[in-house]
Design a binder for this molecule. Structure first.
Ligand SMILES: NC(=O)c1ccc[n+]([C@@H]2O[C@H](COP(=O)([O-])OP(=O)(O)OC[C@H]3O[C@@H](n4cnc5c(N)ncnc54)[C@H](OP(=O)(O)O)[C@@H]3O)[C@@H](O)[C@H]2O)c1
Length: 234
């Protein structure tokens, strides 16, 4: 099993790290205030804790929590992340009036630029920390989506394994440029939990059985789609 380094043991770092540790992964919780990493490790005796730099050195796969903070401000030596998979789940703020921040460049693209030698994967950003409290068996039955975007297919494949091991349904949404859409989905999720005043919500993607004998005329050619029809061979 791949080793997991948590950079920034806040809410998401703690629950993802603990969920993986409970599943048998070797997990190292890192924090700038080591007592926060120690607090997380108390929930799983086999996990380790220390500084963010130590977590970055330990992990083959890194979970990076400090949103909008350049890794060079978090780590003394960035080269320890070279070649490693770096998962980030960054979302945007929602105002009291429920206005989502406008996104022109995704947090994933920025982190990938800051870590050009790492394989950054957007994942888990539409999964609220509370959801990790459910058992893996229950999570599987809910088919909760873990949307992913990255330019690195091998990295997405590895993160898919992690997501599946935790009970989620990994959904490859394409390259890093699609992360902006996942961040918009993250904003929608944050708005929904505010409207419903309920954090126990998640997105899932339902694949229905195909109906061969169409009764409603089927999909006709359309002039509205521009040059590219959204279904191939349509
Ligand atoms: N919470 C959720 O349900 C949820 C769900 C989906 C996605 N997300 C996303 O996940 C990311 C983490 O969210 P979170 O809820 O875990 O936030 P959080 O609890 O505030 O944790 C943020 C972490 O980043 C660290 N950090 C902040 N500034 C830092 C700096 N200058 N140097 C080093 N470390 C720094 C914090 O360390 P200190 O504790 O020392 O400040 C903390 O460990 C965010 O991008 C958020 O949008 C969260």
């Amino acid at each position: 099993m791949r080793k997991i380094g948590i950079i920034g043991t806040g809410n998401m770092g703690r629950v993802i790290g603990l969920a993986l540790a409970h599943k048998g992964y070797e997990v190292f919780f890192g924090a700038r205030d080591v007592s926060k990493a120690q607090f997380a490790s108390q929930f799983n005796n086999s996990s380790k804790f220390g500084t963010n730099q130590q977590a970055a050195e330990f992990g083959d796969i890194i979970y990076y929590s400090p949103r909008d903070i350049h890794p060079k401000e978090v780590l003394e030596d960035l080269s320890v992340l070279d070649g490693k998979i770096v998962i980030e789940s960054g979302n945007w703020n929602i105002s009291d009036e429920l206005d989502a921040e406008k996104i022109s460049v995704s947090k994933t693209e920025i982190l990938q630029q800051q870590l050009p030698n790492s394989k950054v994967v957007k994942a888990f950003n539409t999964v609220l920390q509370e959801i990790f409290e459910h058992s893996i068996k229950d999570l599987k039955s809910y088919h909760i989506a873990c949307f992913m975007a990255s330019d690195f297919s091998d990295a997405k494949a590895e993160v898919s394994v992690l997501a599946s091991d935790l009970g989620f349904t990994p959904i490859d949404c394409g390259e890093t440029k699609q992360a902006i859409l996942l961040e918009q989905a993250g904003s929608l999720m944050r708005i929904l939990i505010r409207i419903k005043n309920n954090p126990w919500l998640s997105f899932s993607l339902t694949q229905l059985p195909e109906i061969k004998d169409l009764q409603l005329g089927g999909r006709m050619a359309s002039n509205l789609h521009g040059k590219t029809d959204f279904l191939k061979n349509n």
